[in-house]
Design a protein around this ligand. Structure first.
Ligand code: FCB
Length: 454
């Protein structure tokens, strides 16, 4: 029982989230071209155990029975992403109708189940041909994205009203182009900064295009944000936490909401990484008004200054950690939602991802017992409720994830799903947390079963 659940208004939406490359499989079907994740995962040593998204959850073929599971879960909304290489195999230009047909079927099936789709246009699977032409550090990619956004919006916009341009541009730029741990695996900070700028620019360019194609569209972007706490109140630790917040949070929030890049962070990059080529008008484009901000949040960071004054994370020995090594810290989400509300005043906020990987245990009867996940969700949802009660305009919450799936560089080892996937057979087994979430949703105000259950 979550004491704060009364804080959720009747129109608050409850859902789950996934991403195309992580669940679809069918990598060579119906005209889909290679993505940067196909290329990257095929390089030995890049993904744990050499795993790839070639088959993944085979959701491409099993979407109808998967949606039946979502319907039984009782969610009102579902966030999924569209695979760009299915729609425009050459990155731009010729449209592959068979790719669009898949998302048509998916959307129709969701609507038949009474579930409202939230579509993410870019969840990291850039067509490899565009990477070959320079990828996100190349400004031309922003034009290709804008065309792609228009094609998808035109086809699905009669039924899809909620649009998320990008998922986590920090991860796409820094993990992919700066640290090399995600596709395409480059390790150049200047490329990361150029990629980040172009991801943001392409977001801003796509906003009016989507609005033009979709009457009544609600358009937003999803950022991965994390509240940063100084380990002590020593000035150097406070400064380190502020810089860490600047690099991962403000560098994305400021241009979107304030139309500027934070000077203090730009200064910290100078001398270390070439700053992006920001042209006249770019920041106006990036700061186009949006209808909502999506926040993906899993943890918090406690930060101290290392001997060189750079931010370093401090492990919290008294805390619980998930099997990703992420601290369970629900207050971090509460504080983050309020901070974003106070500093940026977004029209609406959604938690577009929150959840946890744990070592799920299958019992002798085949059931999957995951009490840690249930406890995690109860605490985090409670924190969201407190943030709503404290005034944050939070309108919905999506559990990451609906299904166990391909967790990027971690392969299939990390299971985030409410539904267990037995990879050898691809059988779906709802975990205990699925049944818990179902009961929780059914008790919420506005839910058809709420009165009956109360
Ligand atoms: C986020 C990603 C999502 C998933 C979760 C665990 O960074 O958006 O695809 O991998 O982390």
């Amino acid at each position: 029982m979550i004491p704060e659940e009364r804080a959720f208004p009747a129109d608050f939406v409850w859902g789950t989230a996934t991403a195309a490359y992580q669940i679809e499989g069918a990598a060579h079907e119906d005209g889909r071209s290679e993505s940067i994740w196909d290329r990257f995962a095929a390089i030995p040593g890049k993904v744990r155990n050499g795993e790839t998204g070639l088959i993944a959850d085979d959701h491409y073929h099993r979407y109808a029975s998967d949606i039946a599971l979502l319907r039984d879960l009782g969610v009102g909304v579902y966030r999924f992403s569209v695979a760009w290489p299915r729609i425009l195999p050459d990155g731009r230009g010729a449209v592959n109708e068979r790719g669009l047909d898949f998302y048509d079927r998916l959307v129709d099936e969701l609507l038949r189940a009474g579930i409202e789709p939230y579509v993410t246009l870019y969840h990291w699977d850039l067509p490899q041909v565009l990477e070959d032409a320079g990828g996100w550090p190349n400004r031309d990619t922003t034009e290709a994205f804008t065309d792609y956004a228009g094609v998808v919006a035109r086809r699905l916009g009669d039924r899809v009203k909620n649009w998320i341009t990008h998922n986590e541009p920090w991860c796409a730029s820094w993990l992919g182009y700066g640290w090399g741990v995600h596709a395409p695996g480059r390790t150049n900070p200047a490329d990361a900064l150029a990629a980040a700028h172009h991801l943001l620019l392409s977001h801003g360019q796509a906003v009016p295009v989507i609005r033009g194609e979709v009457p009544g569209a609600r358009v937003g972007i999803t950022l991965n944000l994390e509240h940063k706490y100084p380990a002590t109140n020593r000035p150097e630790d406070v400064a380190a936490a502020r810089l860490e917040d600047g690099v991962s949070n403000r560098w994305f929030l400021d241009p979107i909401f304030l139309g500027t890049y934070p000077d203090d962070v730009a200064e910290s990059f100078a001398g270390w990484a070439e700053l992006p080529d920001v042209r006249d008008g770019d920041l106006e484009t990036i700061s186009a008004p949006i209808d909502f901000l999506g926040i993906n949040n899993y943890s918090r960071a406690v930060v101290k200054a290392d001997p060189k004054g750079m931010p370093a994370r401090v492990r919290q020995d008294e805390s619980e950690y998930t099997s990703m090594g992420w601290e369970v810290a629900p207050d971090g989400l509460h504080d983050l939602l309020l901070r974003v509300h106070h500093d940026y005043r977004p029209a609406a906020l959604y938690v577009t991802e929150n959840g946890a990987a744990f070592e799920d245990v299958r019992t002798h009867d085949g059931a999957v017992n995951d009490p840690e996940r249930q406890a995690f969700l109860e605490r985090y949802i409670g924190a969201v409720g407190r943030a709503a009660a404290d005034g944050a305009p939070i309108k919905g919450y999506f559990v990451w994830s609906f299904l166990d799936n391909f967790e990027w560089a971690e392969g299939y080892a990390k299971r985030f799903g409410l539904v267990y996937v037995d990879y050898p057979t691809l059988q779906r087994i709802p975990k205990k947390s699925y049944y818990w979430y179902r009961q929780f949703i059914a008790r919420q105000p506005g839910h058809p079963q709420a009165e009956a259950v109360a």
